[in-house]
Design a protein around this ligand. Structure first.
Ligand SMILES: [Fe+2]
Length: 157
């Protein structure tokens, strides 16, 4: 139980940190989209985008390895299994989309504002997708927890 709480506290901290980096990424994107000369902004954008991707990767790995994914017992919550599989597929989608964005940013010339603009919009779409994904995750975690507590109260464990 203690270990569970520690894992939850760590997950909370990691998500808070990710939200801060996402805020910095949105600010940098906004700042980049306001100009057609991205030469002074591209290095910051690359740096923040890479930081975000690195930290997101860390969180996705934690969720898949130690987090709610193995934590939600698929035998007792068989009906949640499809939803968890979809969330797992979301992770792969976020990884692939962001890896492609970072790669495009790395190779873009600072004068190529069309590419830079496209990448900015693609990253904003992924950020929105992650918010939606996190809402679904929370719903599943709360649902599984409520059922576990109810079953425990009824002495069904
Ligand atoms: Fe997730």
């Amino acid at each position: 139980m203690d270990r569970m709480l520690t894992a939850e506290q760590q997950a909370l901290f990691e998500h808070e940190l990710l939200a801060h980096i996402a805020g910095a990424l949105r600010t940098t994107i906004d700042w980049t989209l306001r100009t057609q000369d991205a030469s002074s902004r591209l290095p910051s954008l690359r740096f923040i985008a890479q930081s975000f991707v690195r930290h997101l990767d860390h969180i996705l790995d934690l969720e898949e390895r130690d987090g709610y994914m193995p934590g939600v017992d698929s035998r007792r919550h068989a009906d949640l299994r499809q939803r968890i599989l979809q969330l797992r597929r979301d992770h792969d989608y976020f990884r692939a989309e962001l890896a492609a964005s970072v790669e495009r940013l790395e190779s873009a010339a600072s004068s190529d504002y069309l590419t830079i603009g496209e990448v900015c919009h693609a990253m904003l779409a992924v950020l929105d997708g992650i918010n939606e994904h996190n809402q679904h995750e929370l719903e599943i975690i709360e649902l599984a927890r409520e059922r576990d507590q109810r079953d425990q109260l009824l002495g069904m464990l």
